[in-house]
Design a binder for this molecule. Structure first.
Ligand code: ZN
Length: 322
C-alpha cells in the first residue's frame, strides 16, 4: 500500500497492521495528528490534541479499537499544546515523555493562550487569527508520569515500540515513536507535510539529523505531526527545507543582516523554491530567528508576540482592524 494514498480526512485511518493515525486536516496551526498502536489487550496512544473537545472526539472515534485494548500508555512527542493539552482525558494511562519535554510542559500554559486570545487590542486580534478555532478554557495540563532520555523500549501487548529522543529540534525534547515490525514511525512535529516546519528550539542542523535518523530507519509509513500520511520522501522534503533555511540564514548573518531582514529576504525566494506550495510560509520568521540564536549566543531573542506578528506580516495578513 502506498501510504500517500491514505485519505487525508478527519478521523481514524489504519496505516499498518495494529497501527492507526488520527488525522486533522488542514494540518495548519493547532491541527495536529495523533496515533494509536494496538497490541494484545492494550494500546498506546501517541499524543493528545489541542483542546478537550477535539481530544474527546478522538477518544470516541478510537473507542471501537480501545474497548478491547484500553489505552495503557500515552506518549507525548513534545510539549506543544496541540500534542498534550488533552492529556487529562486519557484516564489512568501512564504518560511517557522525554525528560526535556517534561521540563517544557508548563512553558505555555492554556491560561496564557486564553489570556492572549481574550486581549481586546491588536494582540488578541493576532492570536485569534492563529488559534481562534480552539477552546483553551478549563484545561488542566497533565504532566508525564514517566520520563526517559535517549531511547526507551516498550512492550504494547506483544508489539515492540521504541521511543527515540531526537531533540532538541522543533522543541527541546522531541521524541519519535517507532513500531519496527509494522514499519511505521509516528514523528510528532519532526515532520510537517505540505506545511512549513517551525523550529522553536533548534538548532536546524539537529532537526536535519533527526530527519536522517528516520530516513535511515527506512519505515514504509510515516505519520507526521501535521499533514497527510507519507513515506520517507516526505521526510526528505522536510530535511531539504531545513538545510536550505540553515544555509541561507547563515549567509545573511555573515553579511550583517538582522534576523528580521534575513527572514524577509529568504521568504521572498519561497515562491520560486521547491516549497512554494507549502502553507504557513511565514514560519520563516521563527526559523531564521532560531538559526540566528544558534549562530550568535549574544543574539537578543525576539518575544513570542513579536514572532507571531512577523509571521503574520510575512504571510501578508492585513493589519488588525482595531
Ligand atoms: Zn504540532
Amino acid at each position: 500500500m502506498d501510504p500517500r494514498s491514505i485519505p487525508y480526512e478527519t478521523g481514524r485511518q489504519q496505516v499498518a497492521d495494529g497501527c492507526h493515525a488520527w488525522l486533522q486536516p488542514s494540518g495548519g496551526w493547532g491541527w495536529s495528528n495523533a496515533g494509536l498502536v494496538v497490541g494484545d489487550g492494550v494500546s498506546l496512544l501517541v499524543d493528545t490534541l489541542f483542546d478537550l473537545r477535539l481530544t474527546q472526539a478522538m477518544l470516541d472515534g478510537l473507542a471501537p479499537l480501545t474497548e478491547a485494548a484500553p489505552i495503557a500508555t500515552l506518549v507525548n512527542t513534545h510539549a506543544n499544546g496541540d500534542h498534550c493539552y488533552g492529556n487529562e482525558l486519557v484516564g489512568r494511562a501512564e504518560i511517557v515523555a522525554s525528560a526535556a519535554t517534561a521540563e517544557e510542559i508548563d512553558d505555555v500554559p492554556p491560561a496564557m493562550m486564553s489570556a492572549l486570545m481574550a486581549d481586546d487590542g491588536p494582540v488578541g486580534d493576532l492570536f485569534r487569527r492563529f488559534f481562534g478555532e480552539f477552546d483553551f478554557a478549563g484545561i488542566t495540563v497533565t504532566a508525564p508520569t514517566r520520563t526517559f532520555s535517549d531511547r526507551l523500549g516498550l512492550d504494547v501487548g506483544g508489539t515492540a515500540v521504541e521511543l527515540i529522543e531526537v531533540g532538541p529540534a522543533h522543541t527541546r525534547g522531541d521524541t519519535i515513536v517507532v513500531v519496527p515490525d509494522a514499519g511505521v514511525v509516528f514523528t510528532g512535529d519532526i515532520c510537517f507535510i505540505e506545511g512549513t516546519p517551525i523550529a522553536w528550539a533548534g538548532p536546524l542542523s539537529g532537526w536535519v539529523d533527526a530527519c536522517d535518523l528516520i530516513i535511515d530507519a527506512a519505515p514504509a509509513v510515516v505519520v507526521p505531526g501535521h499533514g497527510p500520511v507519507t513515506d520517507t520522501d516526505g521526510v526528505r522534503r522536510v530535511r531539504e527545507y531545513l538545510a536550505w533555511v540553515d544555509g541561507e540564514a547563515r549567509a545573511r548573518h555573515d553579511q550583517g543582516m538582522t534576523a528580521e531582514e534575513a527572514a524577509r529576504d529568504i521568504a521572498s525566494e519561497l515562491a520560486t523554491s521547491p516549497f512554494s506550495a507549502w502553507a504557513e510560509g511565514g514560519r520563516m520568521a521563527v526559523n531564521v530567528e532560531t538559526a540566528f540564536r544558534h549562530l550568535d549566543p549574544g543574539h537578543e531573542p525576539a518575544d513570542v508576540i513579536t514572532l507571531f506578528s512577523r509571521m503574520a506580516d510575512l504571510e501578508g495578513w492585513a493589519p488588525s482592524p482595531s
